[in-house]
Design a binder for this molecule. Structure first.
Ligand SMILES: C[S@@+](CC[C@H](N)C(=O)[O-])C[C@H]1O[C@@H](n2cnc3c(N)ncnc32)[C@H](O)[C@@H]1O
Length: 283
């Protein structure tokens, strides 16, 4: 019953849980499968969008003269299994990738070895890890910018800025309210006989979304209850932005807005976009 009470309570804004979706020893195995499945875009985008994003970042970096620099350096924050990092390395960048999920980094390291590309992969928390720049490009791809609290965001932007070389490029994407509106609202529950996404043994999943309209934020709460009554909680936060909001965040944090698109592969913005792709330079 404790789990049910906890599920119905609205957590404080950006409250974290002891268990983390990306690093949980069981769940992270399924997350890695999702990253690598080319037919779904649950954890990483599909291959065409990944390649389109790499091309578009290289095009913007070229416009800014970054590719004329000797051995341009790129830092990929929340790099996951290295689907972008590897392409950047093959295109001439010296790449560092940071991710907290050791399963994803193990996979990324293994792939880099097989492909014969040297990439400095690190298992670490991007909210506290040293970045040791300067980098010419820093990327944060597929919405992680929208999962941090406002104070974490301010600190992250400060650290990204100081790790960028003058004129360096920071590329990230955020979701709009259109994306959040598509999320299932719950409350919901289901029973799994085992080998599910959340647990390898029979379990019950309780699921609910809470919205924090004044903060433009929402949380997906999951409580996974095992047969013995023990349970794990997961909060997944979503902070959505409008284009003027993200412009203001960027320009008040020491960046200049270089370009803004409907996504990171450079489609022009439309009124009902679910994403905003941001290309900002260090002032
Ligand atoms: C949506 S996935 C995107 C992965 C990759 N950028 C891609 O698009 O293929 C988000 C990634 O960010 C990582 N992540 C989330 N918060 C993090 C943190 N505080 N420090 C390091 N990595 C983090 C997760 O482990 C996960 O691999």
């Amino acid at each position: 019953m404790d789990a049910i009470d906890r599920l119905s309570a609205r957590p404080p804004l950006y409250a974290t849980t002891a268990h983390n979706f990306w690093t949980d020893p069981y769940v992270s195995g399924h997350v890695l499968d999702a990253h690598l499945d080319p037919h779904i875009d649950d954890a990483s985008r599909k291959p065409a969008q990944i390649s389109g994003t790499v091309e578009s970042i290289i095009a913007e970096a070229t416009t800014l003269g970054i590719l004329d620099r000797e051995s341009p350096r790129l830092l990929d924050l929340g790099c996951g299994p290295g689907l972008y990092a590897e392409q950047f390395a093959m295109r001439g960048f010296a790449v560092t990738g940071i991710d907290q999920a050791d399963r994803s980094i193990d996979y990324a390291r293994d792939q880099a070895r097989r492909q014969g590309v040297a990439i400095d992969y690190r298992v670490d928390d991007m909210l506290s890890a040293p970045f040791d720049g300067p980098y010419d490009v820093i990327t944060l791809i597929y919405g992680e910018f929208g999962t941090v609290s406002e104070s974490e965001r301010a600190e992250l932007l400060r650290r990204v800025r100081s790790a960028l070389a003058p004129g360096g490029l920071f590329v990230f994407d955020v979701f709009t309210d259109r994306y959040v509106k598509r999320m299932r609202g719950g409350p919901d529950w289901y029973v799994s006989n085992g080998k599910g996404f959340w647990s390898g043994t029979p379990h019950l999943v309780l699921e609910r979304v809470h919205h924090y309209r004044d903060a433009s934020a929402s949380v997906n709460r999951y409580i996974v209850i095992d047969r013995d009554g023990s349970y794990r909680e997961f909060n997944v936060w979503w902070r959505h932005y409008t284009a003027p909001e993200i412009d203001a965040v960027i320009t008040t944090s020491g960046f200049r807005l270089h370009a803004r698109y409907a996504n990171l592969w450079g489609d022009p913005p439309q009124p009902n976009d679910e994403w905003i792709g941001v290309f900002a330079t260090r002032e």
